[in-house]
Design a protein around this ligand. Structure first.
Ligand SMILES: [Cu+2]
Length: 333
């Protein structure tokens, strides 16, 4: 660095170099250090380093924007994203404050090469100040989080699909979220290697569908999340947080999606978020939100199709049994 300075600006840096040599032989001369001039080349080097740091900060700032979870599909997802933004805001303020103070200290208290530091000294006011302000900031963030938490955990009132309302009998270790007016529909989400199954009801002949859930808009949809083999994780980012599907246990979450803007419905995509085996990456999930009226039509159609497929299966089995191709497993009359 000294060589570069000497070659770039020999005239201005020569006396400085001479001074440095003197300082080294006689020890540290604080007065000489403080009055050391900022040469043009020094300023250029400082500007180059600052620009480099600014350049490094750009992708950081860009990823900070994407660091906020996706939202827009449900009030709980919106509340989670808002909480992230608040924490990010305080984080950016603290980061900028520390960095600006650091740059200020670097310039104000700079010393030339060979300078001997006077040693650490305490500053009670400063130390108490940053300890108390950090604790206060944590307390403020905790308070905001607890104020926001009910919006994330408790569903709001549900409206249109009141006839699907079910009682909250499935009370277990995890409290089942239930809207204040009790109007909701419950969909069972079952994870298994490597597909999601959605069952509409608790009966053996309840309609079901795989991979893509169909759900009504403007309705509180409570999800009972289970697994039949290993741990999976239900995650549709725009509809709220992640929920593990654990064998032998039931997890609950909810969403209330807005009215879709197009006739075919709004599709929210996600995927299993827990490494569950070789085909984990292919364990996709999506939720198609349609209007309550369209949902009723879809559910009736799906029920009819499952019934027709079951009857076709029974007929085929009967035919094979009659032909003697498979044994008759029907219970004796
Ligand atoms: Cu999985």
């Amino acid at each position: 660095m000294r060589h570069a300075l000497a070659t770039a600006k020999p005239k201005s840096s020569k006396p400085e170099l001479a001074g440095r040599r003197r300082n080294r032989s006689r020890g540290y001369d604080s007065a000489a250090v403080r009055t050391a001039p900022i040469t043009k080349s020094r300023f250029a080097a400082f500007a180059a380093v600052t620009a480099l740091f600014a350049l490094l900060a750009v992708p950081g700032a860009a990823s900070a924007i994407t660091a906020v979870p996706r939202s827009g599909g449900s009030p709980n997802a919106d509340a989670i994203a808002e909480l992230y933004r608040i924490v990010l805001f305080f984080g950016v303020i603290v980061f900028l404050g520390v960095e600006l103070f650091l740059i200020y200290a670097l310039i104000k208290f700079r010393a030339s090469k060979g300078a001997v530091a006077s040693g650490p000294t305490g500053n009670n006011r400063l130390e108490i100040g940053w300890t108390v302000s950090a604790a206060a900031l944590v307390a403020v963030l905790a308070a905001i989080t607890f104020i926001k938490l009910p919006v994330i955990t408790d569903p709001p009132k549900g409206q249109p699909v009141a006839e699907f309302a079910q009682s909250s009998r499935e009370a277990g270790l995890v409290p089942v979220p239930s809207p204040p007016d009790g109007k909701k529909i419950t969909i069972n989400v079952t994870g298994r290697q490597y597909v999601w199954r959605y069952t509409y009801g608790n009966r053996l002949d309840s309609p079901f569908v795989y991979t893509e859930m169909v759900a009504p808009s403007d309705t509180v949809v409570v999800l009972r999340i289970q697994s039949t083999d290993v741990i999976h994780s239900w995650w549709i980012p725009r509809l709220g947080g992640k929920f593990d599907a654990v064998p032998g246990s039931t997890n609950y979450t909810w969403f209330k999606a807005p009215t879709p803007t197009n006739a075919t419905g709004e599709v929210y995509t996600g995927q299993c978020a827990e490494l569950c085996g070789r085909q984990h990456a292919n364990m996709l999930a999506s939720v198609r939100v349609v209007t309550p009226a369209a949902f009723k039509v879809w559910l009736a159609d799906q029920t009819a199709r499952i019934k027709a497929a079951n009857q076709a299966g029974i007929a085929t089995r009967q035919k094979l049994t009659d032909n003697g191709q498979i044994p008759n497993l029907a219970p004796a009359q």
